[in-house]
Design a protein around this ligand. Structure first.
Ligand code: GRF
Length: 190
């Protein structure tokens, strides 16, 4: 049986597309049951609609606390019997409410070699720090910022001629391979 996956995203959705494509090409034994977004105008919503994947808009501001919002989210995820969650550009901290229901089942992708350059600007921060390499990390989610146990990492060389644009292009190309392959391995070994 394909693993029932939920993808959480807030933005463009290129990693969402990479995961969906890997599933369509039989490289990942999963099914995206639902896309969870915190912004209904995010371009990723259209990517899901094109693939007939249901979208759940979690309106955090409708809830008094983040924990209550996540409790509503758990109810939604359970409707789909979601087994594994992949964060793909989801710009929110996950709390203990969701983590308790999905222990070691929430995965994130981050565009740096963690623990270096956590946070929202991993690509820019690595370039500004003038390090010779950065990369991509796939890790388990905990309640911190990009601080969970690392599952896979791959490096990218920063050339002296690199700009934010060229470096981001290299990082994203690597992400689109590393995320589906890492998810596929996790699913295979579980
Ligand atoms: C990626 O760079 C990912 O590493 C980070 O957010 C970005 C999402 O991009 N967490 P996209 O929406 O998948 O194109």
């Amino acid at each position: 049986m394909p693993t029932k996956l939920a993808v959480f995203a807030s933005g463009t959705g290129s990693n969402f597309v990479a995961i969906a494509d890997a599933i369509a090409n039989d490289q990942l034994d999963a099914q995206i049951e639902v896309l969870v977004v915190d912004k209904i105008n995010a371009p990723v919503v259209q990517r899901a609609a094109e693939r007939n994947i249901p979208v759940f808009h979690l309106k955090y501001k409708d809830f008094a606390t983040k924990e209550l919002a996540e409790a509503a989210l758990v109810t939604e995820l359970q409707k789909y019997a979601v087994e594994l969650i992949a964060l793909a550009g989801f710009m929110r901290i996950i709390t203990g409410t969701l983590l308790a229901v999905y222990p070691n089942k929430i995965i994130n992708i981050h565009p740096s070699l963690l623990p270096a350059f956590p946070g929202r600007h991993g690509i820019d921060d690595a370039l500004a720090a003038q390090v010779s390499q950065t990369g991509v990390t796939i890790h388990y989610v905990d309640s911190g910022i990009d601080s969970g146990t690392i599952i896979a990492q791959q490096a990218v060389t920063i050339e002296p001629t690199d700009t934010i644009t060229t470096l981001a292009t290299k990082i994203h190309a690597l992400e689109h391979v590393l995320y589906p392959t890492t998810l596929a391995q996790l699913i295979k070994h579980n």
